[in-house]
Write a protein that binds this ligand. Structure first.
Ligand code: NAP
Length: 252
């Protein structure tokens, strides 16, 4: 049974007409960077009763932050996100007290370089992992690729710059904008960039069996096709029973 606690919105950031972040104060059980919990609101059913409508969202913040932050995309036909988008500072919502998820530092395979490959709001758990800090003790080079349609969807740039300043020369940010020319990163989708060698070239860091480890999070089609592109390069899924190089989580 899920234990629900009340949270209070302490800050809201609207990045675009579809993308927003909610910062929430709530008394949650301890969690790890990269995990998710559920956010819920009581909404009316067709019969006029109230029911809790909830969905899983990853923490963007590191656990030590003192607040909980969630990066959310509006699903216009969805039941929950049009209401989440309307929340303002001081409003309340429900959170599952206990977080879950395996996109955590403990679950990642050891190596030299960690390639974090995301689309859309699924950059969130990687920002949490990076800001938590332990990842920089485990890996020498940290690559954060973010696939979005439009450059205006490249959120959290200030936070990414701060991470780059914290570990100079070790945090490589690769925006992958697919629907307009963009002045930096890669023009196109992540799996194609892997197949063409463009991702390695952009960072200046070749893949190698010894050094490279990958963690994928996002659009389920992107995760599937990125896995295939990496498998063609000789990398394997990382499983508890059999070590490999690739971890992954579908974001919806
Ligand atoms: P997204 O789908 O996570 O990411 C968009 C980016 O992924 C675009 O650059 C797109 O490229 C690229 N992409 C799409 N298919 C790909 C593939 N097979 N391989 C590699 N890259 C691929 O974007 P979003 O705007 O955050 O989310 C869009 C929709 O996803 C939402 O409206 C919602 O329906 C759904 N969603 C649901 C949830 C949920 O929790 N239920 C969460 C997040 C998103 P192209 O421009 O070339 O297509």
């Amino acid at each position: 049974m899920t234990e629900w606690v009340t949270g209070r919105v302490s800050a809201v950031r609207h990045w675009s007409d579809k993308l927003f972040s909610l910062r929430v104060e709530a008394d949650l059980a301890p969690y790890q960077a990269g995990q998710f919990t559920r956010l819920g609101l009581m909404l009316p059913t067709a019969e006029g009763a109230l029911e809790r409508v909830a969905h899983a969202y990853s923490f963007v913040n590191p656990p030590q932050a003192g607040y909980h932050e969630f990066y959310i995309v509006l699903i216009p036909q969805g039941r929950l996100t049009p209401h989440l988008q309307q929340l303002q500072v001081g409003d309340t919502l429900w959170l599952a007290r206990q977080a879950s998820g395996f996109l955590t530092l403990d679950e990642l395979p050891a190596g030299r370089d960690l390639w974090m490959l995301s689309t859309g709001t699924a950059i969130g758990p990687f920002l949490s992992l990076l800001a938590a800090g332990g990842i920089a003790e485990r890996y020498s080079q940290l690559v954060l690729a973010h696939g979005v349609r439009w450059g205006s969807e490249l959120s959290y740039r200030d936070e990414i710059s701060q991470l780059q300043a914290r570990w100079p020369g070790r945090v490589h940010y690769v925006p992958c904008v697919t629907r307009e020319p963009w002045r930096e990163g890669i023009a196109g989708r992540i799996p194609a960039a892997i197949a063409q060698g463009a991702l390695e070239a952009c960072v200046g860091l070749p893949f190698s069996a010894d050094a490279s480890r990958f963690v994928l999070c996002g659009n389920p089609q992107m995760v599937k096709e990125t896995l295939q592109a990496l498998q063609l390069r000789g990398f394997r899924k990382h499983l508890r029973r059999e070590a490999g190089e690739i971890c992954m989580e579908n974001y919806w």
